[in-house]
Structure formats: C-alpha cells, structure tokens
Design a protein. Structure first.
Length: 134
C-alpha cells in the first residue's frame, strides 16, 4: 500500500538554517531515501516552498482565494514522501528514520493513499506499482 508521509516543522527554524546546515540535513535524509529507493519503495518526494508563496482556495457560498495556507498551527507542512509499504508499521518505521535524520521538533503525519488515478501513479512509481496490484 502507498503511504504519504507529511513532514511538518517550524518553517522559520528550517528557513534560518545556513546552506551548510541545510546540506547536512539533506545528506542525512538522502541516506534514508536511498534505502527506500533500493527496495523500490520510494515514490515522489517534494520539498514545498515557504508558506509565504502559498494561496488557499476556500469554498463556501462563494469561492475565495486568499494568501497563505492559514493553518492554525505553529508547524507548517514543509514537504512529503510517498512510500510503498507492506503496512502501517513499515510506514511508521520509514517515518521514524526520516525523523532521526532531521533535527529539531516537528511531526511526520502518515496516511494511506487511496488511488483515484492509478495509471498516473504507475507512470511516476514504475516498478513499485506491482507490489500493490495496480
């Protein structure tokens, strides 16, 4: 099953890292990513740009587009991984390794992915799709 692992942290802290600090974190994360890739379990990985570049479309009586994500939280969604896992425990293990590679406070939200367009995902993931029958 595919799982999304959403990475939350304080974007002010992460944004204040020096280039060397950022490169060190990315190097540690690359080790975890490589372990997942070698086993054919790593899907798309994205690092989101700052929330200052975001807009939110709110729906209700009328559709309204406003600046920013306006999440009621001290932490922001900074990026995500898509991983192919045999179950929740394996997804938690992957998130645990990512957390150990990434310093400071934050959270990793793990959520199963329901495929609505499996052909599009097959194009992105290639061989990993065979593991869950798509």
């Amino acid at each position: 099953m595919l799982y999304a692992i959403f990475c939350y942290s304080c974007e002010d802290v992460v944004g204040a890292w020096t280039s060397a600090e950022d490169a060190a974190v990315m190097s540690r994360l690359a080790i975890v990513e490589q372990k997942l890739a070698v086993t054919g379990r790593l899907g798309p990985v994205a690092r989101l740009l700052p929330t200052t570049t975001a807009v939110t479309l709110r729906k209700g009586r009328e559709v309204l587009v406003i600046d920013g994500p306006f999440a009621e939280t001290r932490e922001q969604l900074l990026g995500f991984y898509v991983v192919d896992c045999d179950g929740l425990e394996q997804a938690i293990d992957a998130a645990r390794e990512l957390a150990m590679a990434n310093p400071g406070a934050g959270a990793y939200e793990i959520r199963p992915i329901g495929l609505y367009r499996p052909v599009a995902v097959r194009t992105v993931l290639g061989g990993a799709m065979k593991r869950f029958g798509a």
